[in-house]
Write a protein that binds this ligand. Structure first.
Ligand code: ZN
Ligand code: ZN
Length: 639
């Protein structure tokens, strides 16, 4: 419903933020910088040269500035379209299409997990309708980093569309595994690993430059996308970590240069825009690990997000320092470790990693188990260890369990249940509220302000967040001097168009959430979801009737069964009562000539059954009717 309200709001005027802020006057002056960055056809070539250069030298990419000045006068032939297909008014399934003339590229193809309103759903992806209609324009996919909400949709996307994919080394490695796991051939795709500063050409209209940022996974990049109407910077997910684990600080210098050159549009993530100050450095967590490892006497079990390679590194470092070996547990943990290790991202001694099946051969104080399951997913390794269904590890007294992750909203309950279980088994459990064992990978307000100020964009689009986050982010941008006229809070499917001077939302394309359930794909409005929720809440009851066609009577008493509806002490009573009631409804029908099968589909009959059940139980289960036919004849009725 909130969406509907928002829809209306946005329909009347696309910029919801405008209402809330004072208007600033001198908006026309603000375009000056961006025009400088137009005409990238030339820049494309000069940047291509850099591909051969060492990473980090991309600084020279600002050179084209001069050439673009010369080309300033000619008007662009087309407008640039920016179409977010996912990731707005939500956290998850990020995907944005950029279109200019006959070229289209995509930044990120993520997925989201099913939520409370989509029971049983494996994952949620974007609506590809618009891509399908414009598939001939597709020039490539650029990935900011390897988190599921940015790459998780690729197996679905690349099954249908073939185009080259560009991303950081680790990102590409993770994508490769993902595609192999899903049996998707790499034919016609082409996976390309890119370094900081690398520039790739996509069609005639776009070049994408990878600009290093910090985040909770290695190889995270912002994308500086050069288009014929100006430079668009997409932040990806980022934070500013001055003391990152791999020593590679966000390339603030390059952001400054881009800002100096002129940025037409900045799309910035909004995850932590509600948090004041700056996010702590990942190093901070490492120090906590060292303190905990120093004190712990028994086994140490650490649960964290498998994708956080920096966290993995810190745990390995702490383990080595205190004479422990590390066993990896959980499929995704092992996959990411292997990918990161094969790229040389893990710094460790040769004998640090041991097989999980070998831990019994080591003393407790020599073991660290690094596991998935920090969100208490029921089938995850940590849950199975806690509920004693894991083959190799069962939590017992003396264990120290560290949950090094923040509960994803909605997961709090199962996580606390899991923590309770771990305590009950005698483990010492350290989670976020007790010690600093997790820091966020997303920028807080101060970090966002810095990046925004460095880039000084003409237009601003907050992305990667729910509505309140985008809204707060828009306000933040205004407080930094961004003209409210130039801030756009978009919805998935909105078509944002700009000629480099002006911008407006000109329409919308289909952008429904597509739910994936096993091998089926469907839209959210499908009745299956509401049925599932109804079933989950109230259960179901089925009434089976056998009609004797020879006499048009019931051949036997209705049989009633239910699931998830009645408690044991009421079950028999209600079943019997309902059978009698239904039998009465049929036998005492006003018009005996009316066929039973016609009778039972009438509203009066269905309502009668529903009311009977509600009167008895004050609940409304789903009711299923089954009918079968026999031909027995008079006097053959069986009880
Ligand atoms: Zn991320
Ligand atoms: Zn993300």
């Amino acid at each position: 419903m909130v969406n509907d309200k928002l829809k209306k709001q946005n329909k009347t005027k696309q910029k919801t933020t405008k209402a809330s802020v004072e208007q600033k006057s001198s908006k026309s002056q603000k375009t000056h910088k961006n025009q400088k960055s137009q005409k990238t056809q030339k820049t494309t070539k000069s940047q291509k040269v850099q591909k051969a250069q060492k990473p980090g030298k991309a600084v020279k990419a600002s050179k084209p500035l001069k050439s673009s000045k010369a080309a300033k006068s000619s008007k662009p032939k087309h407008k640039l379209k920016i179409i977010p297909l996912g990731g707005l008014l939500e956290i998850g399934k990020n995907m944005t299409a950029f279109e200019y003339g006959n070229d289209m590229i995509i930044i990120d193809v993520g997925m989201a997990f099913g939520g409370e309103d989509t029971p049983g759903i494996d994952c949620v992806i974007q609506d590809y309708t618009y891509i399908r209609q414009n598939a001939h324009k597709l020039r490539g996919i650029v990935l900011t980093h390897g988190h599921e909400d940015h790459i998780g949709g690729l197996p679905y996307f690349l099954r249908e569309f073939k185009c080259p994919v560009y991303g950081g080394k680790l990102t590409i490695e993770l994508v490769r595994h993902k595609l192999e796991d899903n049996g998707i051939s790499l034919k016609g795709i082409g996976l390309n690993a890119c370094k900081n500063g690398e520039v790739v050409k996509l069609g005639n209209s776009f070049t994408a430059e990878f600009v290093r940022v910090n985040h909770s996974i290695a190889c995270s990049y912002a994308i500086a996308l050069r288009t014929p109407v100006g430079v668009v910077v997409h932040s990806g997910d980022f934070k500013i970590d001055y003391t990152p684990i791999n020593g590679k600080v966000i390339d603030l210098q390059r952001f400054g240069e881009l800002g100096h050159e002129g940025v037409l549009c900045f799309m910035c993530e909004s995850t932590n825009v509600e948090k004041e100050g700056s996010s702590p450095s990942e190093k901070y967590v490492g120090e906590s690990f060292q303190r905990i490892f120093q004190k712990a006497e028994g086994r140490i079990i650490v649960a964290t997000f498998s994708s956080n390679v920096h966290r993995m590194q810190q745990i390995i470092t702490a383990a080595e320092k205190y004479g422990r070996h590390v066993a990896l547990c959980g499929r995704s943990m092992i996959n990411v470790f292997n990918a990161a290790n094969s790229l040389g991202y893990i710094d460790m001694l040769p004998d640090t990693i041991i097989d999980i099946s070998a831990i019994k051969r080591y003393a407790d104080e020599e073991v660290v188990v690094l596991t998935t399951g920090s969100q208490a997913e029921p089938m995850s390794a940590l849950s199975r260890m806690a509920f004693a269904s894991h083959r190799e590890v069962e939590i017992r007294e003396g264990d120290t369990v560290i949950i090094s992750a923040h509960p994803i909203p909605g997961n709090e309950k199962p996580i606390y249940k899991l923590i309770d279980e771990l305590f009950k088994r005698g483990a010492d459990v350290i989670y976020e509220s007790l010690a600093e064992v997790h820091v966020s990978g997303h920028a807080y307000r101060n970090e966002i302000k810095l990046l925004h100020t460095l880039l000084k964009p003409k237009f601003f689009i907050p992305v990667h967040g729910e509505y309140r986050m985008l809204f707060r982010h828009a306000q933040l941008a205004q407080s930094l001097g961004q003209d409210p006229e130039d801030i756009f809070i978009l919805r998935n499917g909105d078509v944002f168009e700009t000629d480099g001077v002006r911008a407006e939302v000109t329409g919308e394309v289909p952008a429904q959430a597509i739910l994936i359930d096993g091998s089926s794909a469907t839209v959210r409005d499908d009745h299956v979801m509401s049925d599932r929720m109804h079933l989950g809440e109230s259960g179901c009851i089925s009434i089976s009737l056998t009609i004797d066609d020879a006499t048009e009577t019931l051949a036997c008493r209705p049989s009633v069964a239910s699931m998830g509806f009645l408690f044991d002490d009421e079950k028999d009573d209600v079943h019997e009562g309902l059978a009698d009631y239904v039998e009465g409804l049929i036998e005492n029908r006003a018009d005996p000539a009316e066929l039973i099968e016609t009778r039972i589909v009438t509203r009066a009959f269905r309502n009668g059954v529903r009311e009977y059940l509600y009167d008895r139980t004050k609940r409304r289960p789903m009711v299923l009717m089954n009918v079968s036919h026999v031909s027995l004849g008079k006097g053959k009725k069986r009880r």
